[in-house]
Design a protein around this ligand. Structure first.
Ligand SMILES: NC(=O)c1ccc[n+]([C@@H]2O[C@H](COP(=O)([O-])OP(=O)(O)OC[C@H]3O[C@@H](n4cnc5c(N)ncnc54)[C@H](OP(=O)(O)O)[C@@H]3O)[C@@H](O)[C@H]2O)c1
Length: 428
């Protein structure tokens, strides 16, 4: 049995399905910590998982689980029924499954960004930390996910400091801006920015760097809109006011965490002002700009899905570094196996000290109480010291023996990774 076999990952990524589909797998309406906690706790319970972490980024959805259940067809079907009851897409065909050490290996690859759409982008580490913190706050994670995430962060840092993978930093945002610049927009172009999160803040920094000056920001929460507007030296408004915006624009950049369209055809029609060609940039997954706008109106459209060519260029530059990163990851996974086993023993033995202490107290206070009472004070004190010495030694022995045994244990069975339907065959 694989030491790490209780770790399972079910993931929908840019490698398993077209990017456009990924948005369909984002769990909707998890906006507040309370909504998020309620949903994730309900899923964990319904799926009968010991631990669960959920993460959604622009190129992947990850369900990181700890469970003894097999990742088989029955599980996947139940997963789809519980998690995506209304989704027409087939989870089995759209997802990848990873089990045991392959799950850990995949987690480390994600963290080190060797599995990212844009290899070498560091944003993923922030996203992993955020996703973990949210799930920790929701109390759906435990010790197993905690130590795996710690390993993932440590490994990502090792990869970044020992390879050139993060050199000439790139990101989905930087590639989108490159595509925009290739269209030669005039410096005085009017930007309408919808959303004021981390991604649009990064967008704003790039636009300032390229010398653009004319911005308007709309965001659900005014205070966040104002923060970005301060950086861009422009006006901020709430999203509710967008349909009445009369200021016009040349370039619209939409990027919010909304799971439904924010720029609908109706809103777009009300705010365009004229029929001049606009540039639309949609960095959200799922997309924020209604798809039919591109066909119905005079517009050039830039979205994550369309960045593939630039992504491939980036990949070629980093290929050698990815090989080095994989070697680091492989080593980390190997040492984690022993660490994990030791941790399980540590947890199993965590009650031993208390139990031994209780035996000592019971012996002195009950079993040998009358005999001890007849002894003089010096002898009583000597017995106390001897018992304390024995207690300490007895606690150390099982832990030491267990650790020595673990050091000699190596993983036995390799479980392949692949499409969920393939993994199923290698599950038992
Ligand atoms: N991080 C990346 O590298 C990256 C790259 C490309 C694309 N993306 C995509 O960009 C989107 C946003 O990511 P982010 O990193 O900017 O997230 P973020 O920092 O958490 O910001 C989320 C933004 O979306 C707004 N928002 C959230 N839910 C909303 C809703 N239901 N209706 C309207 N506005 C809503 C938030 O408004 P409030 O201020 O009111 O909370 C905030 O402006 C996601 O779809 C993500 O997949 C991210």
């Amino acid at each position: 049995m694989d030491t790490l076999s209780r770790y399972k990952i079910l993931t929908i990524t840019h490698k398993s399905t077209p990017l456009k589909n990924i948005g369909n797998f984002v769990l909707p309406n998890l906006d507040t910590p309370a909504l998020f906690a309620a949903k994730i706790q309900a899923l964990k319970k319904a799926l009968q998982l010991e631990e669960l972490m959920y993460m959604a980024t622009c190129n992947r959805i990850v369900f990181f689980c700890v469970t003894d259940q097999l990742l088989d067809h029955q599980f996947i079907n139940r997963f789809q029924t519980i998690v995506y009851p209304n989704l027409e897409l087939d989870l089995d065909a759209s997802a990848l499954g990873f089990i045991g050490e392959h799950a850990i290996n995949h987690l480390l690859e994600v963290a080190a960004s060797t599995d990212s759409l844009v290899i070498g982008e560091r944003e993923i580490l922030r996203q992993i930390r955020n996703a973990y913190d949210r799930c920790l706050a929701a109390k759906t994670t435990g010790d197993s996910i905690r130590i795996a995430i710690r390993l993932a962060i440590e490994t990502a840092k090792k990869v970044y400091s020992n390879t050139r993978i993060g050199e000439k930093p790139v990101s989905v945002v930087s590639l989108a801006i490159r595509q925009l610049i290739a269209k030669n927009p005039p410096k005085e172009a009017r930007f309408l920015i919808v959303g004021a999160g981390q991604t649009n803040t990064l967008v704003g920094k790039f636009l300032l760097k390229y010398g653009f000056t004319n911005f308007t920001v709309f965001n659900r929460t005014l205070s966040n809109a104002q923060q970005l507007a301060t950086m861009l030296n422009c006006k901020a408004s709430t999203l509710d006011e967008l349909p009445n915006y009369q200021g016009g624009f040349d370039i619209l950049i939409a990027c919010t965490g909304a799971t439904e369209e924010v720029i609908t055809t109706t809103i777009y029609d009300r705010i365009i002002q004229n029929q001049d060609k606009k540039i639309l940039i949609d960095l959200a997954i799922p997309n924020n700009i209604e798809a039919s706008i591109e066909q119905q109106f005079n517009a050039d459209y830039i979205e994550i899905d369309g960045l593939k060519e630039l992504v491939n260029e980036n990949l070629a530059f980093r290929e050698k570094e990815v090989t080095k990163a994989h070697a680091i990851i492989h080593k980390q996974v190997s040492s984690f196996k022993a660490h994990y086993k030791a941790r399980q023993v540590e947890l199993a033995l965590k009650d031993v000290p208390q139990q031994i202490k209780a035996i000592k107290h019971h012996a002195i206070g009950n079993v040998f109480k009358s005999e001890v009472a007849e002894l003089d004070a010096n002898t009583q004190e000597l017995i106390e010291r001897m018992m304390a010495y024995m207690e300490k030694r007895c606690i150390a022995i099982p832990i030491q023996v267990a650790k020595e045994n673990i050091a000699g244990i190596s993983s036995v069975k390799k479980i392949r990774m692949g499409k969920v339907s393939e993994v199923v065959l290698n599950n038992d």
